[in-house]
Write a protein that binds this ligand. Structure first.
Ligand code: CTP
Length: 453
């Protein structure tokens, strides 16, 4: 009795999957098929799987070729399965050639030629279309997004814009994409959607002009620095039926979503306090963007992260807010603490570009607390801590690459599925951020300088 095993996502089940299963089955007497969970797919860099796990399992079952179907949910499971099920042969399509040779120690490894011209990726593109994304601004964050976009189905970075010709050309040549430097409108004409990654004070204008022309917008944080601007942008997006999303990457990361679920699920009891800190030292000097007298400083630069767990766990309706800052001579804050009072909770958002501190997130409740250590904004793990320390639990989740692929995957999904609710970081959450930013600038009396820009 020869046992064969194979694995895959089997999304949008197609002829290539059927052929692979048929050939695998013909190698022995019994075929076991491992179908990957969504979380494991994300972990191994496969975003935007369309079918649910149940549907994918059902499709494999309906092929009539699998004697048993199992779920694959972690790295290293293949070796465990080979031993558990007494496997003789493991089979893969030719896209995996060499990658599983290490399993030869345990059983025979077979690679079949892939069926030509069909794949789940092609079907996803046919079904959902491909979003032509243009990048506005060509700095470090734009480069990161470009690299991350390779992991997201249904999006193609097709053009970059920078008003400075040399920067636009350098980016275009380095990443082999078209570029524009003279006209933003000509650039918008070439794309369906834009990712705005420029200095804060320019976000509003770039986003607004794109939305008016019916382009979807993913805008770096802080999207804008006033409530009025935020509301106006969301109104234009609604009127033109396009997606507007603020790119607070942590909000879309699986580990952070898991942390919220555990915090809200009652494991630490009633939440009374949220403390979040993010500091990143940046040397002070004339002309440094982070110290711009109108919009620079630690709070505008970094608070989008520190405010995120506060708004997600305590909501939008704080009763009062107070800021304490230490400043440079030009008025920008080196270090700020924002204290929030809610009806039954308090919160602190701490940011620093001239003062270094432990960048951690602590959510305190009546039964215990959650601790996510620095860099919690790239959340890979967190601890749930109790009075009896031996009961402490650690949770982990993937945060591959720069972590931008999660927000990008959601952006693409929102574009293709207009019914999709953006619960991870909603319009209201984004407006909350703009209100707090505005309050902060008012408190520092730098508001007028921003309004003049
Ligand atoms: N496969 C194949 N021929 C195809 C597509 C897939 O032989 N045309 C094989 C893969 O090599 C793998 C198995 O089917 O061994 C399951 O593949 P899966 O990743 O689910 O399918 P893909 O269509 O390759 O998915 P994607 O486009 O998302 O990578």
């Amino acid at each position: 009795m020869k046992k064969v095993i194979t694995y895959g996502s089997f999304d949008l089940f197609h002829e290539g999957h059927y052929n692979l299963l048929k050939r695998a089955k013909a190698l022995g007497d019994e075929l076991i098929v491992g179908v990957t969970t969504e979380q494991y797919d994300v972990y191994r860099g496969k975003m935007n799987v369309v079918d649910s796990l149940m549907r994918r399992i059902d499709n494999v079952r309906q092929s009539g070729l699998a004697d048993e179907i199992i779920v694959e949910d972690h790295e290293g499971q293949k070796v465990e399965d080979i031993q558990k099920y007494g496997i003789d042969i493991i089979a893969f399509g030719s896209d995996w050639v060499d990658k599983f040779d290490y399993l030869k120690e345990y059983c025979e490894v077979v690679y079949f030629d892939r069926t030509q011209n069909v794949s789940s990726t092609i079907l996803r593109h046919e079904r959902l279309g491909v979003v032509n994304l243009g990048i506005v601004g060509t700095g470090r964050i734009a480069e990161r997004l470009f690299q991350e976009a390779k992991f997201v189905s249904g999006v193609d970075v097709s053009c970059a814009y920078n008003p400075r010709q040399s920067s636009a050309r350098k980016f275009g040549e380095a990443f082999e994409v078209a570029y524009c430097h003279d006209s933003y409108e000509a650039f918008l004409d070439k794309v369906d959607a834009v990712y705005v990654a420029t200095p804060h004070e320019t976000h509003y204008d770039y986003a607004r002009r794109a939305l008016i022309l019916g382009k979807h917008v993913l805008c770096e944080k802080p999207m804008v620095l006033s409530e009025l601007e935020a509301r106006e942008l969301y109104n234009i997006a609604d009127e033109n039926k396009v997606v507007l999303m603020e790119a607070v990457k942590t909000a879309y990361a699986p580990g952070f979503i898991n942390l919220l679920a555990i915090a809200r699920g009652g494991r630490i009891g009633t939440i009374y306090d949220v403390e979040a800190a993010f500091t990143k030292l940046t040397p002070y000097g004339p002309g440094i963007r982070e110290y711009d007298p109108a919009v620079g400083g630690s709070f505008t630069e970094l608070a989008s992260y520190s405010l995120l767990p506060i708004v997600k766990l305590l909501g939008h309706d704080y009763k009062s807010i107070a800021f304490e800052s230490f400043r440079t001579e030009n008025g920008t804050d080196l270090y700020t603490k924002a204290h929030f009072k809610y009806d039954n909770a308090t919160a602190t958002a701490k940011t620093g570009i001239g003062v270094k501190s432990e960048g951690q997130l602590i959510v305190s409740g009546t039964k215990g607390y959650i601790l996510a250590k620095s860099p919690w904004w790239l959340l890979k793990s967190f601890e749930v801590c109790y009075e009896r320390t031996h009961e402490n639990e650690t949770f982990s989740a993937p945060f591959p690459g720069f972590g931008l692929r999660f927000e990008l995957a959601d952006f693409v999904r929102n574009i293709s599925d207009t019914t999709h609710q953006n619960y991870k970081f909603s319009k209201e959450d984004s407006i909350f951020m703009s209100i707090v930013m505005e309050q902060f600038l008012k408190s520092t009396r730098r508001r007028e300088k921003y309004e003049k820009i």
